[in-house]
Write a protein that binds this ligand. Structure first.
Ligand code: SF4
Length: 228
């Protein structure tokens, strides 16, 4: 059967090396899922995949070996269960996070709560290039936030933001540009400004770090500091 792999990728189904099979990537926000979500994932993997479930390095979940003829059935199951598939391409991706203060004794901020707030507001927003965000609860940095376009690290003082990191065929370490932000609302405000700046100024496919290298950080810093 002829399949439109690019169209399926935009719906979260990634064509495998075995061309008649697809790996379904699901979006996980904040690194924690419910048992109800996992039961549904298991049901799909057992009934429509090969019984395997893969956890990606950014905490997303994939169900491989879904035959092309079962894709629509699986999409129906996801829709009924209210489960969102990953969206590839130039947009805000899932937000990864460590356990943070809700569970970990070292945590200084509620990482899950912040990651979900970011995900609910921005997941899937169209941008010139992909944009990855991670949140970590303390200096131990289990979520490796400087490897993301925007990283957020908790401390006793509040939230340190890192901008412009990436970790792929190119490696770039995110940099701090503004002082530590004391409140969660300040972080959300800075994110809004960053996404607007990125959307206005980046060329197609240009990641945030490259944009900041090209235009410098001065204007961006001024924008971020307005109202702080
Ligand atoms: S970064 Fe800190 S708060 Fe998060 S899991 Fe690691 S030790 Fe715990």
């Amino acid at each position: 059967m002829e399949v439109d792999a690019a169209a399926l990728k935009s719906k979260g189904f990634f064509q495998q090396v075995q061309k008649d099979f697809f790996s379904l990537r699901l979006c996980v926000s904040g690194g924690t899922v419910s048992t109800g979500f996992l039961k549904k994932v298991i049901e799909i993997a057992e009934n429509h995949g090969n019984g395997q479930i893969h956890v990606t390095t950014r905490q997303q979940i994939e169900i491989p070996f879904i035959p092309s003829e079962k894709v629509e059935t699986v999409r129906g199951i996801l829709q009924e269960a209210g489960i969102k598939a990953f969206i590839a391409g130039p947009r805000v991706r899932g937000v990864s996070a460590c356990f943070g203060a809700a569970v970990c004794k070292f945590g200084k901020i509620d990482t899950g709560d912040l990651a979900r707030a970011i995900y609910d507001k921005y997941f899937g927003r169209e941008l010139p290039a992909k944009l990855k965000i991670a949140v970590t609860g303390c200096k131990n940095n289990c979520a490796r936030v400087e490897a993301n376009d925007i990283g957020i690290r908790g401390s006793e003082q509040g939230y340190t933001l890192y901008f412009g990191g990436c970790f792929g065929h190119e490696i770039r370490v995110g940099k701090t540009i503004i002082p530590v932000l004391p409140k969660k609302e300040d972080v959300l405000n800075a994110l809004e400004k960053t996404l607007d700046f990125f959307a206005r100024n980046a060329a197609k496919g240009e990641r945030l770090g490259k944009l900041l290298d090209r235009v410098g950080v001065d204007d961006f810093k001024k924008i971020l500091e307005q109202g702080l």
